[in-house]
Design a protein around this ligand. Sequence first.
Ligand code: PLP
Length: 402
Amino acid sequence: MSTQFHPPLRTLMGPGPSDVSPRVLQALARPCIGHLDPQFIALMDDIKALLQYAFQTKNALTLPISAPGSAGMEACFVNLLEAGDKAIVCQNGVFGARMKENVERCGATAVMVEDRWGEAVDPQKLEDALKQHQDAKLVAFVHAETSTGAQSDAKTLCALATKHGCLSIVDTVTSLGGTEVAVDDWGADAVYAGTQKCLSCVPGISPVTFSERAVAAIKARSTKVQSWFLDMELVMGYWGGASKRAYHHTAPVNALYALHESLLILKEEGLENAWQRHQQNHLALAAGLECLGISFVVPEKSRLPQLNNVTIPAGIDDALVRKTLLERYSLEIGAGLGDLAGKVWRIGLMGFASKQENVLLCLNALDNVLIELGANHQPGEAAATAARAYLVPNQKLEVFEN
Ligand SMILES: *Cc1c(COP(=O)(O)O)cnc(C)c1O
């Protein structure tokens, strides 16, 4: 057994975790202090304000859950649903299925609205379901489906939920920091995210935010939330605004230093600049992939710039390519999930990893490996084409260092 673990230096271009900024890693290594230390309490206030910025919300109940994105998902469902309730779940990929599982474990009924994997959620289908199920309490959907690379129109879907008297739960795990998340403008009620995707922080924390309507629904419950740890009324005692902070659980102190640093980086760059950077790198990657004969699964209008879901060329061994990229280039790209396993690669350009050098590395690596496996494209053309895509006239190249 090894007496120390030294992880290899990878470039993480999969569906998450993404490359963590050195600034975030340095923050993580700072001295641990007590989680009720006045200085830590001040940091908690800063984190809350930065999360409100990232989510574009004034919601008072905005905080990081001390557990991964899946716990943020669960927190939304267990707090808003009681046994016997009905929820409409829009599913267009893997994570919608997990929402269904959450609804059912609350003792509630899930009405499924299904769309093809790789397509955005169809608002018309949701509206039909809302008309047919007027007793539904909430609507849940995934804004950025990491399993397929498709983004749905959150504003329209949330507005439909509100119009029909439903609360909305929105998964923004992969969108936050990569594409626009506008919680107040959408009118979303419960929104959760993750730290390890476009925030480029270490995995294991889930920012969440609840609207006043959601808080009122939690307060009006007739039964206790079945999860003690995720019961927002109890968590509020620790993270709550004016009231004195009371011990609920020991906050992951150092992980919260890391989250704070990653949110500062986002604020320094600015939300709009971060979205634009993700879009620019996506377009360059797409231009290069075309030279390799690799096409996108998702129609252009709903493609996620941070998660590029592309079809594996015919006759190419999926696992062999990913293994070679990892061993030879220390580069990780993602495999297909669920129905898409073996058929697609998911190339992430998330947060700190969304940069020109990664686009060029990935294209050159794929170019080489595919040629070795018998592909007949023009070697070197993919990276050259991507490099030219950065030189579009009138487009200012933003260089963001952190
Ligand atoms: C990654 C992801 C999750 C789960 O987050 P974990 O931190 O892995 O628990 C949930 N939803 C979506 C859309 C994701 O991409």
